[in-house]
Design a protein around this ligand. Structure first.
Ligand code: GAL
Length: 369
């Protein structure tokens, strides 16, 4: 049980404010008393899709850790359909969930439903993906998204040995993939990668034969592997008659899998025509195995257990009027406010350090065989 100050609700709360003040609890121009908050209350967890194993892990990790901290949880998946996620959030609001943790399917589509959450005095944590265009998002928990893009691009630079004096004159062909256009993370990954790659485009060491160098030419709706595969098929057939693809910037493991399928269909993956350098993100099991087999080259590991832990700590603090720990208050402007954020560090993984995933207990050794 606690006192909060989310404002709007208090149009009808004159009496309540009076009674709170009488108990010596301050009503800062709009406090209210909400008996179903704090320990024992139910947290609404709105995740985007079960199509990717990471979101299943995110949901399960949060459910587990919120339970450990003394809460109940209501975990819902939106099947990558915006309208499902909105309906699920509406339902959570109606059921009086004490806090909403949302990994948005479309970061810009939640303004109305989050206004309802605000009116009901329910705080909101934006999980992994920033929710845009609303003041009604209290905190953001994620990884350093720009750094993810930088890690992918730096890996390509290193693998192709760009910029080394002895290899400086070499030219390499690269194709670029971006994430879903409705996910705010997409531009952070892209911008991070472009900062690293730009000098090599300029020097002519990296060439995009398709000329599809703008983010909006490279996006992949819903991060869908099949969509990426079709685009890669098309890029190869239109631009790589006798030329070879040397690298593919892929922002996510599911996209990398699609890209690899297209490359294999075009004859890549043999001794005489090895696969290009292919990045990824999320350290999903299928991709880690692919890295071990020598197909995908790299991924970016973002430990979903740590993100869950951070989010649970944030939620617990919010619900108990404690200070919420953040480490970034400048970079995540959502069009209405700069959302205070806690960003974790992503880690680059390739064949040389997949054991890290076992050492950290993310996978069991047997799973990687
Ligand atoms: C992003 C997330 C990535 C990846 C992608 C596709 O929002 O930050 O780690 O999971 O969605 O699911």
């Amino acid at each position: 049980m606690r006192i909060r100050t989310p404002a709007a609700v208090l149009v009808t709360a004159g009496l309540l404010v009076a009674s709170l003040s009488a108990c010596g609890q301050e009503a800062k121009g709009g406090s209210r008393y909400k008996p179903d908050e704090g320990k024992g209350s139910t947290i609404g967890l709105a995740m985007p899709t079960k199509a990717s194993e990471r979101w299943i892990a995110d949901g399960n990790n949060m459910a587990k850790q919120f339970k450990k901290a003394g809460y109940k949880t209501d975990l819902q998946y939106g099947d990558n359909k915006v309208e499902n996620q909105i309906a699920q959030l509406e339902n959570m609001i109606t059921k009086g969930r004490s806090l909403l943790v949302v990994a948005a399917i479309d970061g810009s589509a939640l303004t109305e439903v989050l206004q309802r959450a605000h009116d009901a005095g329910i705080p909101v944590i934006s999980y992994d993906r920033l929710i845009l265009g609303t003041e009604n998002v209290d905190y953001y928990a994620s990884f350093d998204n720009e750094r993810v893009g930088r890690l992918q691009a730096q890996y390509i630079v290193k693998k192709l040995q760009l910029g080394k004096p002895d290899k400086g004159g070499d030219k390499h062909n690269i194709e670029l993939f971006a994430g879903s256009p409705n996910d705010n993370n997409t531009k952070y990954f892209w911008n991070g990668a472009m900062k690293v790659l730009q000098p090599y485009f300029k020097s002519g060491q990296l060439i995009v034969r398709s000329k599809q160098t703008r983010m909006n030419q490279a996006t992949t709706l819903d991060w869908d592997g099949g969509t990426a595969q079709k685009r890669m098929d098309d890029l190869i057939s239109k631009n790589y008659g006798s030329a070879r693809v040397d690298a593919v910037l892929s922002p996510y493991d599911g996209i990398s899998i699609g890209v690899i399928s297209a490359l294999k269909s075009a004859g890549y993956g043999s001794k005489s025509q090895p696969l290009p350098v292919i990045t990824g993100q999320d350290a999903e099991l299928a991709s880690v195995k692919s890295i071990i087999r020598g197909e995908q080259t790299q991924t970016v590991f973002k430990d979903t257990r740590k993100l869950a832990k951070q989010t649970v700590a944030m939620g617990d603090a919010v619900l108990n009027d404690k200070k919420v720990k953040v480490n970034n208050t400048t970079d995540y402007a959502n069009g209405k406010k700069t959302v205070p954020a806690y960003l974790l560090d992503p880690v680059s993984v390739d064949k040389s350090n997949t054991t890290l995933l076992v050492d950290e207990g993310y996978f069991k050794a047997g799973q990687l065989k």
